[in-house]
Write a protein that binds this ligand. Structure first.
Ligand code: ZN
Length: 142
């Protein structure tokens, strides 16, 4: 089993190859990058694999794994490594899902007469215990 390292400007994520392989396999966002990565993971004998920064699709996989309590993450500001249960979920923009919108009647009102209200977006992310942003993804927008 290998260790997968994913570095961003804010944090360094560490996962096991088993968890990453499972998450990509189950992901609905199987992009070319992720398929390449999956192939690499299942064929590479390396103990340590670093995800190239340009594989931004991997952030969705990282977020998925963190939500499942997998792996560990190092905050670059604290210079400390945190366990999954020490991280805090944050909500970006207008919420985790357009279906959760409490204001304005939710998604139905967003689609009034087939017109989408522009500029609505939402997502989720995590901060370290001291409140530094570790990862934040926009998972939907109008
Ligand atoms: Zn921090």
């Amino acid at each position: 089993m290998s260790t997968i390292i994913y570095e961003t400007d804010n944090a360094i994520f560490s996962f096991t190859s088993n968890d990453v392989t499972q998450s990509i396999t189950q992901s609905s966002k199987k992009t070319e990058h992720l398929n390449k990565l999956l192939h690499h993971l299942t064929t590479s004998p390396s103990d340590l694999i670093t995800i190239p920064k340009q594989y931004t699709d991997f952030a969705y996989i990282a977020l998925d794994l963190i939500e499942k309590g997998k792996g560990s993450v190092t905050c670059r500001i604290c210079n400390k490594t945190y366990r999954p249960d020490q991280r805090k979920l944050t909500v970006a923009g207008h919420g985790t899902s357009p279906f959760n919108l409490k204001e304005k009647g939710g998604i139905k009102k967003l689609m009034v007469k087939g017109q989408r209200l522009p500029g609505m977006f939402g997502g989720r992310g995590f901060t370290c215990p001291k409140g530094h942003e570790l990862i934040s993804m926009i998972t939907w927008r109008t």
